[in-house]
Design a protein around this ligand. Structure first.
Ligand code: ADP
Ligand code: MN
Length: 336
């Protein structure tokens, strides 16, 4: 684990609450959370390893200093003290955003190691609220379901960022050249009949050097992982409300191509260690290549393992819808 380091505001969140942090190297993603989310990470790692494989690597928790308990980070003078795996890290933050919990999960930053990470958050479910939600929240979320792709497809595009190439400028393009699709995009611009276009905008970024061939390979890789997530969820008994699929891939076409070429030169069978090689070779094989893509399930504020009540069809509807769209895109870029 990295040495104690200052935390800074995380700049690449595409959806969700304010107040997420990362370490200066960008390897860690730190999110204020409820105790329930910590319980879910711990129980998944302990008892649901097939699912845990698709969760961001859980590195531990942070707790607000006791004297600052109940205050916002800013009010508290911005000190967090780490426990568990990152002992005694004192964390001054530059964040002025409110944190209404005194706990945070420390996760692997899914966007770390990419040259230009394209990121998509797909929120899952038809029903978005857990049993313990207040009536006001149930009504508000049901209205969102009614008005969006949640209703028929069991998911919506919660937010995304897509790199547009060097020097790209224009509406909704940030200083780093990413086109930002905010929460309004998935709520007001997309319907069940055109939502596949959001995935096209995400994956087929011509101006960033991603041609149709590369894009189809990315869609195929995403499809493989989402199908596996589907299979795992079909075989387990859980309930997750407002969890998301978090997709990341290399948005710089040149970097993407060379990462794929490198991966094809060092097949997974070798990486998995069936080599009888010397330690030199082993060292070489253990060095991870440049990142291509990742798919994670995230956001377990309202998630639990629920033995005895069957698979989570509410979430599975969305997972299957996303898998279908990705499959179509992996076969023919121009399919409508
Ligand atoms: P919230 O409860 O605020 O919705 P999420 O867990 O959904 O919290 O996270 C919010 C956003 O933060 C996501 O949309 C995503 O952009 C980013 N994010 C979440 N987890 C990670 C992670 N492990 N690595 C990188 N980014 C993440
Ligand atoms: Mn979320």
């Amino acid at each position: 684990l990295p040495a104690p380091a200052d935390l800074v505001q995380y700049q690449h969140a595409v959806a969700g609450h304010d107040g997420t942090l990362c370490d200066v190297d960008g390897e860690l993603f730190i999110k204020p959370c409820t105790p329930a989310e910590i319980v879910f990470y711990e129980s998944s790692i302990a008892s649901h390893p097939e699912f845990a494989e698709y969760m961001p690597t859980f590195l531990g928790t942070l707790t607000l200093d006791e004297q600052q308990n109940g205050q916002t980070i800013e009010e508290a003078g911005a000190a967090l003290i780490a426990k568990h795996t990152i002992p005694e890290v004192i964390v001054p933050t530059k964040s002025g955003r409110k944190i209404t919990t005194n706990q945070a999960v420390v996760l692997e930053n899914a966007a770390h190691g990419f040259v230009k990470p394209n990121i998509l958050d797909v929120k899952l479910g038809v029903r978005l609220w857990a049993d313990d939600a207040q009536p006001e929240k149930k009504t508000r979320f049901d209205k969102i379901t009614e008005e969006t792709t949640h209703k028929h497809l069991g998911f919506r595009i919660a937010g995304m960022r897509v790199w547009q190439g060097h020097g790209a400028k224009g509406e909704d393009i940030d200083a780093d050249g990413y086109k930002i699709f905010d929460k309004n995009y998935g709520r007001f611009s997309l319907s069940k009949d055109n939502v596949h276009e959001a995935f096209k905008h995400f994956i087929f970024a011509e101006s960033a050097g991603i041609n149709d061939e590369l894009a189809r390979l990315v869609a195929q890789a995403f499809h493989t992982d989402v199908s596996r997530i589907q299979e795992v969820l079909e075989g387990q008994e859980s309930r997750m409300f407002s969890a998301s699929l978090l997709f990341v891939f290399e948005g710089d076409g040149r970097a993407l191509r060379s990462a794929m070429e490198e991966a094809s030169r060092s097949p997974a069978t070798l990486v998995n260690g069936d080599t009888n090689g010397s330690s030199d070779e082993e060292d070489e094989l253990e060095t991870p290549g440049p990142k291509i893509y990742s798919v994670n399930v995230i956001d377990f504020a309202h998630a639990e393992w629920t033995p005895g009540i069957g698979p989570d069809e509410n979430v599975l509807l969305g997972v299957r819808s996303v898998a279908n769209i990705l499959q179509t895109l992996s076969i023919d870029a121009k399919a409508e």
